[in-house]
Design a protein around this ligand. Structure first.
Ligand SMILES: [Ca+2]
Length: 627
């Protein structure tokens, strides 16, 4: 194999990724930030209205901890989501850009988020951050779950409370139908001790746990609770009784009070660990208030449901808090968007803002050095065909003006939000120049967008973690969920000796599986050997070792395996082979070659020494010299 007379005539290197392991460009490992690298916690509430927390003017729902966050930070009064509702808002936030940059013009659930640019979580994990997620996801395709797009650990979903028949019989009528659901309660779960808990409270404990466990290293935590999304009908009296809310708003008020409690828990945990000043906390909502739950957008109008052309649907309560770095008790009235979080965080951690980002670094604005709008204009274009018609929205914000229409064919309506926050006086006819200017800006912006994206049909989903307690990490899931390993396929032949080698690397396990397929026998017998390397082995080292197995080129300083284990014959089974065509030999060996697609299935196997090979099937190209 190593003799000089050997002629390698076919070297195909295919670095392929399979299943839900997203293609990772080879980025040099970044140095871990120092101990003082700031932490980031992003709290992203579902459907929390602009007018539903104390510091934003709400009087019937006490939110002392969120108010404290504002008192110890900067309250933003013109903070927007540009891509309503839940799913697009989150996709836009996590990518740091308008959703239309990747074809998202409406709800588009299942539309992929781009894989050619890092999510905020991936960006931070590439920069040495532990990245944790708790709660609702609603981003990307079924293959793009948190562990696949940059989160290093996620809180498992606790089992739901199941109501007994006797319990259901005692419930108010409005709740009976919800309680009888097979899937169980929406907002009551069961903790590890078997006790019933309000899910929001449970999440707060997970946040505290995450902060304690990672106090020694830089972390990013994304908490996006189910709360306060409808239906909040299960809200317990102990929560509602703390508010003076009336009617069906009482249930929502109870849900909001519980969110506030968790903010309190979090501030305490940060204080206890001495991390309060070294942690940026961002608190916001994914879209505006849900009127049918009694949510408020005051002083604006509109929101979820029938109000999705109005300001209250896209203007959200936002707070940034980082005592010692940001001013305290200040208000910022300039236009900002949720896609600014990415850029702001990138700047905070000392990295350049990635090129794909639409956002800006908000620090100079929050610190009061810049008093202008971070974005002179903000734009909306929610016109995805097939999306709920009520959600269509074409809009522009500039200074105090809001220009909007529902459909392209409609005339523009213009409102001065300062004198008319409820949008009751359309002044488009009075200010044709402003209409023309804002419309022209919108049209120019629209030319920079990607075409409408297509939702792919995905048959295999990234494995959903079973419900449980505690955390799942990327590493555990890769093994448990049998994601295929990274493959390096090298099809080659030599004078007097022919075979095809296929290498599968398991980076996390520091091991390589080598399968040798014999080309001379068209039943394609396979032998399989697994090699393990020590913990210091780099990705590059593994690659060089692989190259030395099939090439005459000698890579120096390659790692040596610390374990070599031949696997039993039944481990890999050829299930089919198919002739794909014939080729002239491109190298010096004369003759023609037949290409086969050889498919095999591999059994899961626990090798010991921390190597667990997953079950998988694959097809490789094998070239056979014609006789
Ligand atoms: Ca929402």
């Amino acid at each position: 194999m190593k003799q000089i007379t050997l002629i390698i005539f076919f070297v195909l290197c295919v670095f392929a990724t399979h299943g839900n392991a997203a293609e990772q460009p080879d980025v040099p490992a970044q140095a871990r930030p120092n101990q003082d690298a700031p932490n980031v916690i992003l709290i992203y509430i579902d459907d929390l209205g602009f007018g539903d927390i104390g510091c934003f003017g709400c009087e019937d729902i006490p939110t002392p901890h969120i108010d404290r966050l504002a008192a110890e930070g900067v309250q933003c009064t013109a903070s927007y989501i540009t891509n309503p509702p839940c799913c697009p808002s989150r996709c836009s936030m996590i990518m740091g850009q308008y959703g239309q940059r990747f074809g998202k013009y409406g709800m588009s659930r299942g539309l992929p988020i781009p894989e050619d640019r890092p999510t905020l979580a991936k960006f931070l994990s590439d920069n040495g951050y532990v990245t944790g997620q708790i709660g609702k996801w609603d981003i990307g395709t079924k293959l793009q779950r948190p562990l696949q797009v940059g989160f290093t650990e996620i809180a498992k979903t606790p089992p739901k409370k199941k109501y007994t028949k006797q319990e259901i019989a005692k419930l108010p009528k409005a709740m009976q139908q919800i309680a009888a659901k097979k899937s169980g309660s929406k907002y009551f779960c069961v903790n590890e001790a078997g006790e019933t808990m309000w899910l929001t409270d449970y999440d707060g404990d997970s946040m505290t746990d995450f902060v304690k466990r990672h106090k020694e290293e830089p972390f990013f935590l994304y908490w996006s609770p189910e709360a306060v999304h409808s239906p909040s009908v299960e809200a317990p009296e102990r929560l509602m009784a703390r508010t003076t809310a009336k009617g069906n708003r009482r249930k929502l008020a109870g849900a909001i009070v519980a969110v506030d409690d968790q903010v309190g828990k979090l501030i305490n945990a940060l204080n206890q660990q001495g991390l309060r000043e070294n942690t940026l906390v961002i608190f916001t909502s994914d879209n505006g208030a849900n009127g049918s739950e009694g949510g408020s957008s005051a002083p604006y109008t509109g929101g979820k449901g029938n109000g999705t052309q109005k300001e209250g649907w896209v203007r959200v309560p936002t707070i940034f808090s980082m005592p010692g770095t940001l001013p305290q008790g200040k208000q910022h009235d300039g236009l900002i968007a949720n896609f600014d979080f990415y850029s702001t965080i990138a700047s905070l951690v000392g990295q350049p803002i990635p090129q794909h980002c639409d956002g800006v670094d908000l620090f100079p604005y929050l610190q009061g050095e810049q008093t202008s709008d971070a974005h002179e204009y903000l734009h909306w274009l929610n016109n995805e065909p097939g999306d709920a018609v009520r959600r269509h929205l074409i809009a522009v914000r500039w200074k105090d003006w809001r220009l909007y229409k529902k459909y392209d064919k409609d005339p523009w309506q213009l409102f001065d939000l300062k004198s008319d926050p409820r949008e009751e006086q359309d002044v488009a006819a009075k200010h044709p120049k402003i209409v023309k200017q804002m419309a022209a800006k919108h049209a120019a912006w629209a030319t920079t967008l990607a075409p409408l994206g297509e939702i792919p049909e995905i048959k295999t989903t990234a494995p959903k973690l079973s419900t449980g307690h505690g955390w799942a990490s990327a590493n555990q899931q890769e093994i448990k969920d049998q994601i295929k390993p990274k493959k390096v396929e090298i099809s080659y032949s030599m004078l007097g000796y022919r075979n095809t080698l296929v290498f599968y690397t398991f980076e996390k396990q520091q091991s390589v599986l080598v399968m040798k397929i014999d080309n001379q026998d068209e039943t394609f017998p396979v032998t399989s050997v697994v090699y393990q390397f020590n913990n210091n082995t780099t990705k590059e080292g593994l690659k060089n070792w692989i190259n030395n197995q099939h090439s005459d080129a000698r890579y120096p300083d390659v790692p040596q395996p610390i374990l070599t284990k031949k696997l039993p014959k039944g481990f890999c089974k050829i299930t089919s082979s198919k002739q794909m065509g014939t080729h002239d030999n491109p190298g010096p060996v004369p003759g023609k070659f037949t290409e086969y697609g050889v498919t095999f299935s591999v059994k899961a196997r626990d090798i010991g020494k921390n190597i667990q090979l997953p079950a998988f099937t694959d097809t490789v190209k094998v070239y056979v010299q014609d006789k």
